[in-house]
Design a protein around this ligand. Structure first.
Ligand code: SF4
Length: 405
């Protein structure tokens, strides 16, 4: 038992060797033991363990990012999360409802800058709340937002070859199946599996779509439809550490069932002026690092992403905590969800990544393991998108260097 575990330098100092060994070697371990292990370990030990697990899976020492164009298709939303400034009212000067020609010009501009991902983001079912959104869709010839996204995705693929990845909130199985043939993957944050956050005064009180039951149903639908999906947690919105652990265990279980969770985003809450949570404290650095490390420890070889723009001074530390991805970074469009936090230049991200001994590589919005593993490729990727994927990659499944020149 000690052989493998003795590879870890911290063996002598680590307080819970037996449990760490079982996690490391994929031995059976019950939930109570995992929770005790996490809650009783200090951050420094968890970071060392998560680095070990990340480096064991990532012997080429690569950290990835996705070069993207951010299409803020419609920023009206039927829900109201207590931390969100993305959602706008139709009367606001910043409200956005794009038409297909605007979308196409943005994607073409992104292609000139060597983007590979067309990220389509919307609020949650705006047409159910706002007549303006309903009229916008009807004028374009659609009854629902998902029908529009489906046709835009087809247009983007055929006219530019960029790969659509949609995050339109909690979609139904029928809606996801409409997007499967044109979107190489979908995105939907779980945020947290704790229903406490729906209670009066809490972050999701006015956001029924953030009910974990609704979000879990969408994650299950994606699994049943064989759709690679990105999900994640928002850290510091009133949850406890144990809620983070339980949320990650739930994601792990879903991935064990369907194998479709391609990436888990660990995102820090950042208080914003004008929201109900403007005076709430952001998560402490220690707590946030601990959450990242726990994600790696529990999810092992699932890609763990932390966006670099929300904490521009300290983001290099997330490499120490076990991440292997920086998420989507756009050389052209802002982060419309967090416009207060511009993305660092890709060259800066490269420098920071290199300073920690890793190489920065561009990936597609579908991760390499879904492309290079033949059985995963056949199972998860529809014929309609294969030629577009193959035109952009080298034999590692990452973006080929010639494309980026
Ligand atoms: S976070 Fe998403 S669901 Fe919540 S209010 Fe903002 S746009 Fe709507």
């Amino acid at each position: 038992m000690m052989n493998k575990f003795s590879n870890l330098n911290y063996r002598r100092d680590f307080q819970h060797q037996e449990t760490a060994y079982k996690i490391s070697e994929n031995r059976y371990i019950d939930e109570t033991e995992i929770i005790n292990f996490i809650l009783n370990s200090n951050t420094s030990d968890l970071l060392k363990f998560s680095q070990y697990l990340r480096n064991r899976e990532n012997n080429l020492k690569i950290i990835t990012y996705s070069r993207k164009i951010f299409i803020n298709l419609v920023n009206l939303c039927k829900d109201t999360c207590s931390y969100c400034t993305y959602k706008k009212e139709p009367s606001a000067i910043e409200s956005i409802m794009l038409n297909p020609s605007q979308v196409l010009s943005m994607v073409e501009a992104g292609k000139k800058l060597r983007c590979t991902e067309a990220l389509i983001v919307t609020g949650e079912r705006p047409e159910l709340k706002y007549i303006e959104a309903k009229n916008w869709l009807n004028k374009l010839g659609y009854k629902t937002l998902v029908e529009l996204i489906s046709n835009l995705s087809e247009m983007i693929l055929k006219k530019t070859g960029l790969l659509p990845h949609t995050n339109a909130g909690s979609l139904t199985k029928k809606e996801m199946s409409l997007l499967k043939s044109t979107n190489v993957s979908l995105g939907m944050m779980l945020e947290n599996s704790s229903e406490k956050l729906l209670e009066p005064g809490n972050a999701h009180e006015k956001a029924p779509s953030k009910n974990p039951k609704v979000r879990i149903k969408s994650l299950i639908s994606a699994g049943e439809l064989k759709i690679p999906i990105t999900t994640g947690l928002l850290i510091g919105i009133g949850e406890r550490l144990i809620d983070v652990v339980k949320s990650l265990l739930l994601i792990k279980e879903l991935n064990e069932r369907y194998g479709h969770i391609q990436e888990v985003i660990i995102q820090n809450f950042a208080p914003k002026v004008g929201t109900r949570m403007e005076n709430a404290n952001p998560p402490s650095e220690d707590y946030f690092l601990k959450c990242i490390a726990i994600a790696r420890i529990l999810l092992k070889n699932i890609n763990i992403q932390v966006p670099p723009n929300l904490t521009p001074i300290v983001y290099s530390r997330y490499i120490d905590a076990g991440i292997n991805d920086w998420g989507g970074i756009s050389p052209l469009t802002p982060d419309y969800v967090n416009p207060e936090y511009p993305w660092p230049a890709i060259d800066d991200v490269q420098t920071v990544t290199k300073s920690k001994g890793f190489t920065l590589r561009a990936r597609l919005p579908i991760y390499p393991e879904f492309i290079t593993n033949p059985s995963k490729y056949t199972y998860f990727v529809t014929e309609n998108v294969k030629d577009y994927i193959e035109a952009l990659i080298d034999n590692t499944g990452l973006v080929k260097e010639e494309y980026l020149q």
